[in-house]
Design a protein around this ligand. Structure first.
Ligand code: COA
Ligand code: NAP
Length: 281
């Protein structure tokens, strides 16, 4: 696989291990899946759209990796528990859980509907807790494991139009600290990775403005809005890529991360420290 040739990690690092990645069929989750599979893990990609995760798993298998797909809505504890039971029964173990599934969109809090608030909080925060709680007995029984939550940086100082997502991710950071302490006795480590801006399709969709009054969708608006941002607002002067996040996840899951738990690793080219002006609309 191509990632193996360019990877800083040794080939076969995750041989014999099983990694369950929520939202693994697209964007950052797919990048994490590609890297872990290239290093020998069997990656299980899980999200709502079975066709999406099946297609991604098939592509990984076609390049020589081990991958399978599961349909799950991380908001539903029964579906989550069934998925974990089936994965551990068929593959025998779960060494790594990556809580990557999330939903997001720009919306003013004044008019955010109850369901819109609930959707994002439940996918991001509840989903992270439900999946983590469900894999714990499997990891306990096998003598340990690693959980990596995908967070963000926007809640470090607040971000207008993102009350729902910033609240959810702040909750995830709190869970990372608390569960890492509760579960260390089982040799289960929990850490987070906080990505800076990475122009995935999901982000483009979430941040594309609604149609104008004449019904025209300006599909280039996000490109225009992004124009120049990386050069002026990100100290390392480029957008992030899924591989940037995947490298940190792989490190945390590897023996190199064996004494790291309860940590949130910011991977953002220095963006949040540079304190760009918050958006207003
Ligand atoms: N502005 C305001 N409200 C919005 C919205 C927006 N841009 N997009 C969705 N909503 C509201 C819906 O109107 C609905 O509320 P209502 O029932 O009061 O009308 C509520 O959110 C749930 O929408 P629905 O489409 O039924 O939710 P879902 O649970 O199927 O999907 C989302 C969850 C809304 C988060 C959806 O955007 C999603 O699936 N996102 C996944 C991909 C993604 O966001 N990637 C970016 C990751 S950073
Ligand atoms: P993405 O491609 O839209 O990824 C979101 C994934 O979550 C999709 O694969 C989606 O698949 C899955 N998902 C959504 N709702 C789900 C649910 N209820 N149950 C199960 N799976 C669900 O976006 P991304 O940019 O790669 O984001 C990945 C992660 O990085 C998220 O946690 C996001 O908050 C975080 N992040 C991204 C950025 C960025 O700039 N890209 C920055 C900071 C943090 P289905 O639709 O098939 O369910």
């Amino acid at each position: 696989m191509t990632t193996e040739q360019t990877s800083v990690f040794r080939p076969g690092l995750f041989d014999g291990q099983v990694a369950l990645i929520t939202g693994g069929g697209s964007g950052i989750g797919r990048g994490i899946a590609d890297l872990l599979a290239s290093l020998g893990a069997h990656v299980v990609l899980a999200s709502r759209k079975l066709e999406r995760v099946e297609a991604a798993a098939a592509e990984i298998v076609a390049t020589g990796g081990k991958a399978s797909a599961r349909a799950v809505d991380v908001r539903d504890t029964n579906l989550v528990r069934t998925m974990v039971t089936e994965v551990s029964a068929s593959l025998g173990r779960i060494d790594l859980l990556v809580n990557n599934a999330a939903g997001n969109f720009y919306a003013p809090s004044e008019t955010l509907s109850e369901n819109a608030w609930k959707s994002v909080i439940e996918i991001d925060l509840y989903g992270t807790f439900f999946c983590s709680q469900a894999v714990l007995p499997v990891m306990k029984a096998q003598g340990g494991g690693s959980i990596v939550n995908i967070s963000m940086t926007l809640h470090y100082r607040g971000w207008p139009l993102m009350a729902h997502a910033t609240a959810a991710k702040a909750g995830i950071d709190a869970l990372t600290k608390t569960l890492s302490l509760e579960w260390a006795k089982y040799r289960v480590r929990m850490n987070s990775v906080a990505p800076g801006p990475i122009p995935t399709e999901g982000v483009r969709k979430a941040f594309t403005p609604p149609p104008s009054a004449d019904g025209v969708v300006d599909v280039f608006a996000i490109e225009k809005a992004m124009d120049g941002y990386a050069k002026t607002m990100i100290p390392l002067q480029r957008w992030g890529a899924p591989a940037d996040i995947a490298n940190m996840v792989a490190f945390l899951a590897s023996p190199g991360g064996a004494w790291i738990t309860g940590a949130t690793m910011v991977v953002d080219g220095g963006e949040w420290l540079a304190k760009p002006p918050a958006p207003t609309r």
